[in-house]
Write a protein that binds this ligand. Structure first.
Ligand SMILES: [Zn+2]
Length: 1130
């Protein structure tokens, strides 16, 4: 057992995940430290092993080791403290030992044991041993289920381990929570960068950009250069097909003097490939010349880049320079071992040269390297078919369409969304071929197929050919192999490269079938999209490799298997945690002491957070804030309760529902007259249910719905702007993927703009067409208007729905949404008419929280209009910040609604995640059966003209029009504890997700405190808590800013001035604004972002919106109003 000296001990105790990337233990200079770390790991492992072996007789030796590590782990925590002390709410606290009992039976584990696990994780991480690190961290997590979020170095470490092992979902979760809890974390810039890379990889481009830009702001030390981040941003534009922005970004980098050779190589490679692929970058000839030029420059800058050589080969093949193409491919194979794309392209080239055997071998290499390589399987199928070996062709096509392993399917699905055109063409051709071959094979008697002497060996034989195994075994061998095997094996008489040009018409592939494929050229099957997906990964990997000085990376396939294993493990862990949670709950219930944890926190740790209570007056609050440390900046405050964990989607209610309960009847009420409409029972009824339909409302109130008819709207404001969503027409309870022929959640909804008059024309002609359509089944409406300003819109010709059983021609439709009716001058008669509604449903009323915001939030406290043709879809969502909404159908057609009670939103969220689609940002249309399987109930009902639908707080819903109709909608916020708490919860969860909350809840809460009297205890406490937390934060920030010697200037607020959001991270900024001039604009920042720009706050102006005395007055005079019912002052 190695003994550590005091110095070693001091050194080791310093080390944790935050050194990752900064401390290169693989460097020989650090050999001594590396040995020390390895020795420590051994000691820790022994200690932990003994800890698990219960009462081992022989632990005294190891106990010494433990004692050694006791100070070190605590020192680690102490360091953690200093970085998190700023936020007293998240200060680490000692955990009740009892809580650990259920996890490892019998032996109560002490702090040292648990902390040793975390330390072990850190040290493995620093050595680049990611699986070992993750394993240790996950064990630590089991013990810290209830307070892991107080250990930020742990959250960072486990996030990095997940990231390196490509468990992006978990890495994203850890990092998002870390930034939520500690935006000033030492490695926050590293976190932003990795979040940016992963979200880019997952197709969440908007948020990815936000994180990459935030990573650029920091002045902290970082493992990446500013230029590398800018390269990532340019690449982010490229994958979104924003070619101009991408090209500008890349060219900007080339003009930088201090650009590294590696980065230069990356930039040239991307530019070269863009010139090859992107038509809008000029004439084809010129583009090809540019492409070759840039790729050659890339290779010059980094001669080891197999990727650039491969792409160069593709460019040469594209202009029929076969010899050069072969040379480039061969060089690429030498440089980057085992690249399936390269082998696939080599196969294509051979096939075009009429050398089927060589092509076969190349394809086999590709599919053996990547069993899910769709393009290679497809090409192999084409090859077999051209040689008349239908059975083999059939097998290959099936492989090409087969559903594939998680990771690659994820990448390709995302790519499929972006590269619709290619994928659809390919898949359509494929399924046609499969059907065709099925027919052929079933009709043809077996012998007739096999009797002919086969030109190629069968797929089974080829798969087992030693040659193909050899081919990809080692790079040197492969390099020699290629020419040799060409001469030796090729039955077709063709010389080794260079090859004589052969025309495509001479190729063995019947030209007829190429047309049928819809792919036109075989080139397509090389799958450009995939190449860019590959680039995406390569780039993020190469970025890492460079930074970390080439820590040995496991090769791709083994990494994949590691990933698979760890995905399972992490799921298991989380499952285990669930059971642990249950045990803990029952434990608490037995002891009947729910507050024990809180008492404990407030115990000898003297956690200041417990001294902040809503019972304090403002003077006490100020005195308590003076005691808070100001050596570190305060972080954004949470406005949830004290010591809350980071918000996350809730579990679904556990009660198992019967089939009937999964399809509950929709709460509905029919109004006879005006008296009904104004009865308090109606409001009560609505507030009681997740969703309710109020039938006959327009009739009862004699509302003139005609004011919202298309005809009237056109007469009133023909040029008014309409947002258009281009969608596929599908039946309401179905959502099909156009290329895969199966039910999915992701739903196509491309955005563009038009005017009311033009949309009206479309709506009318769509109706006219449908009348004609009765007799002949054509495509009504979809071509009636050109989609002028919508570049990303999928044109009609590209979408032909292919389904396995029922063939239905889908049509595209255009849905006119979010027509803004806020302008009181433009829409006076319409808005006046809506004042006939009962108060609880009105756009503006004293009982509506949103009327207290004090400024317009478009579509929330103003009216929006929707103009629909049949099939128009509002995809699934909850309202902004979980507010209630009102929706009235103007008619003449009906709408169909689907709704899930708010308690189940976590379940819907998880299903979105499973389907790789963003709950907050994505367009999704739930597959009903998926919901039922997860025990999630769904309301389903028809909204007729004149019916009002009340969507209660947090209800998840999605809507499709059945006929031609218009709808009007807005949000309301009843003054209830439920509405307020759901709004606040979402406000906080949005922060975790870096999603902007468009309702400024802090600003709103202060206005509510000024304007209303609250008699509901729960609502009062929630609002008061928000006031307490924000006032505390304001005071703390002011103390901190003063300590930096920065003056705070009173600025006040203009009338109806909108509330402020941080120009960088988009959190609401209340009262203390940090202003910096950026590009001649004065941009508001939160404190954290201001500190990123300027750690000393120099050059930043600090403004105050309210006098402290005013906030104190509002805070102190907001008290519980002791009367029955709600009372308002106006
Ligand atoms: Zn910010």
């Amino acid at each position: 057992m190695g003994q550590l000296t005091f110095e070693d001990d001091c050194l080791i105790r310093e080390l944790d995940s935050r050194y990752y990337g900064f401390l290169d233990l693989s460097n020989s200079k650090n050999a001594e430290l590396r040995n020390l770390v390895q020795q420590t790991i051994t000691n820790l492992q022994n200690y932990i092993a003994n800890g698990q072996a219960h009462e081992s007789k022989n632990i005294s030796d190891n106990k010494n080791a433990i004692q050694k590590f006791e100070p070190s782990t605590q020192a680690g925590e102490h360091m953690e403290n200093t970085s998190s002390q700023i936020n007293d709410d998240t200060k680490p606290f000692e955990q009740d030992a009892k809580e650990k009992v259920p996890i490892i039976e019998e032996k109560p584990q002490d702090e040292h044991y648990v902390n040793a696990l975390c330390k072990l994780g850190h040290l493995h991480l620093l050595l680049g041993e990611y699986s070992e690190a993750l394993s240790a961290y996950q064990k630590y997590l089991r013990f810290r289920e209830n307070n892991y979020w107080t250990n930020h170095a742990f959250m960072y470490g486990i996030g990095v381990a997940y990231f390196k092992l490509r468990c992006f979902k978990w890495a994203i979760k850890s990092f998002q929570e870390l930034l939520y809890l500690s935006p000033n974390f030492t490695c926050a810039n590293e976190v932003h960068l990795r979040l940016g890379l992963m979200l880019k990889h997952c197709g969440e481009f908007h948020i990815a950009l936000k994180h990459l830009q935030l990573a650029l702001l920091y002045t902290y030390p970082s493992t990446f250069s500013e230029l590398q981040v800018k390269f990532q941003i340019a690449h982010l534009y490229e994958v979104q097909n924003k070619h101009k922005a991408a090209k500008d970004g890349y060219e900007f980098l080339l003009n930088e003097k201090n650009i590294s050779l590696e980065l230069k190589a990356d930039v040239y490679r991307q530019l070269g490939w863009m010139y090859h692929c992107v038509e809008c970058l000029g004439e084809k000839k010129e583009r090809e010349a540019n492409a070759l030029n840039f790729l050659q420059k890339s290779i010059e800058a980094d001669p080891k880049s197999g990727q650039s050589l491969y792409l160069l080969g593709r460019c040469y093949a594209g202009i029929n320079k076969v010899h050069d193409a072969f040379l480039a491919y061969r060089n690429s194979v030498e440089k980057s071992e085992g690249n399936a794309d390269t082998w696939c392209s080599i196969g294509v080239l051979y096939q075009q040269q009429n050398q089927p055997t060589d092509a076969l071998q190349a394809y086999i290499c590709a599919v053996q390297l990547d069993k899910d390589h769709k393009a290679a399987w497809t090409n192999l199928g084409i090859l077999y078919e051209s040689c008349g070996q239908l059975r083999d062709a059939y097998a290959c096509y099936l492989n090409a369409t087969k559903q594939i392993s998680f990771q690659s399917s994820l990448i390709r699905k995302k790519q499929a969304i972006r590269m619709k055109k290619d994928t659809i063409g390919l898949s359509k051709g494929l399924s046609q071929r499969i059907t065709f071959l099925e027919g052929q094979l079933s009709q043809a008697p077996l012998p007739s197929i096999t009797s002919k002497r086969r030109q190629l060996c069968s797929i089974e034989e080829a798969w087992n050919l030693p040659i193909s195994l050899e081919m990809n075994s080692r790079q040197q061998q492969t390099a020699q192999m290629l020419p040799r095997q060409v001469t030796k094996q090729s039955p077709v008489q063709g010389p080794p490269p260079p090859y004589p040009h052969s025309q495509l018409s001479q190729s063995p592939i019947p030209s007829k079938r190429i047309k049928e494929d819809g792919t036109g050229q075989q080139e397509v099957t090389q799958n450009n999209s995939q190449t860019s997906a590959q680039n995406l990964i390569n780039i993020s990997e190469s970025l890492n490799q460079r930074n970390f000085n080439a820590m040995p990376e496991s090769n791709k396939s083994s990494e994949q298997s590691v990933l698979d294993t760890f995905d399972d493990i992490s799921n298991d862990i989380y499952k285990q945690n669930e059971s642990i949670k249950l045990e803990r709950l029952s434990h608490d219930a037995l002891s009947n002491n729910e507050d024990s944890r809180h008492d404990y926190i407030g115990g000898d740790n003297a956690d200041l957070s417990t001294t902040f209570k809503i019972q304090m007056d403002s003077k006490q609050l100020m005195a308590a804030v003076k005691l808070l440390p100001i050596d570190e900046p305060p972080v954004h405050c949470t406005i949830l309760q004290v010591n809350a964990p980071p918000p996350s989607p809730p579990d679904c209610p556990p009660q198992k529902l019967t089939r009937d309960q999964l399809l509950p009847p929709t709460p509905s009420v029919h109004l006879e007259n005006k008296k009904n409409a104004f009865s308090p029972q109606l409001q009560e009824f609505c507030l009681k249910h997740p969703i309710a339909v109020v039938r006959g409302l327009a009739g009862a109130l004699k509302l003139d719905l005609g004011l919202f008819s298309t005809k009237t709207l056109v007469e009133a404001n023909p040029d008014h702007s309409v947002e258009v969503r281009t969608q596929v027409h599908q039946s309401p309870d179905e959502n099909w993927d156009t290329s895969q022929g199966k039910r999915v959640w992701a739903c196509i909804s491309h955005r563009s703009h038009t005017t009311i008059a033009k949309y009206a024309q479309y709506q009318a002609s769509s109706f006219q067409d449908s009348l004609k359509d009765e007799s002949d089944k054509g495509f009504p409406g979809s071509q009636a208007m050109s989609d002028s300003d919508s570049k990303d819109s999928v044109s009609n010709s590209n979408i032909v729905l292919k389904r396995k059983k029922h063939k239905i021609n889908s049509k595209m439709l255009r849905f006119g949404t979010n027509v803004d009716l806020s302008d009181e001058k433009k829409w006076k008669p319409q808005l006046t008419e809506l004042q006939k509604l009962p108060a609880f449903a009105r756009v503006i009323s004293a009982a509506n929280m949103l009327s207290h915001v004090g400024h317009v939030i478009l579509g929330m406290n103003t009216v929006q209009l929707y103009m629909k043709v049949p099939g128009s879809r509002t995809p699934g969502h909850q309202e902004n910040n979980n507010f209630c909404s009102i929706n009235i159908n103007i008619g003449p057609g009906d709408c169909e609604w689907f709704a899930v009670p708010d308690a189940y939103w976590g379940g819907v969220h998880n299903l979105c995640e499973k389907n790789n689609i963003s709950y907050l940002h994505g367009s999704w249309w739930p597959v009903l059966e998926d919901l039922y399987k997860e025990n999630i109930p769904v309301y389903r009902f028809i909204q007729k003209p004149g019916d009002l639908v009340w969507v209660n707080a947090g209800c998840v819903h999605w809507v499709q029009s059945i006929g031609w109709c218009n709808n009007i909608a807005w949000n309301v916020g009843p003054l209830t504890a439920r509405q307020y708490s759901l709004a606040i919860e979402r406000y906080e969860w949005n922060k975790v997700q870096a999603f902007k909350s468009i309702v400024p809840m802090v600003h709103l809460s202060w206005n509510l405190a000024r304007n209303i009297k609250v008699s509901d205890t729960k609502l009062f406490e929630l609002i008061k808590m928000c006031l307490l937390q924000t006032l505390k934060n304001v005071l703390h920030i002011q103390e901190y800013v003063k300590s930096k010697g920065v003056e705070i200037r009173f600025n006040g607020r203009g009338k109806n001035e909108a509330s402020h959001y941080c120009g960088q991270c988009e959190v609401e900024v209340f009262n203390v604004l940090f202003i910096k001039e950026q590009e001649k604009r004065h941009v508001v920042h939160c404190l954290s972002c201001a500190l990123k720009l300027s750690p000393s706050l120099q050059g930043i102006v600090c403004l105050e919106e309210y006098r402290l005395s005013e906030l104190q007055r509002v805070y102190d005079s907001f008290t519980l109003h002791r009367t029955q019912g709600l009372a308002y002052t106006q």
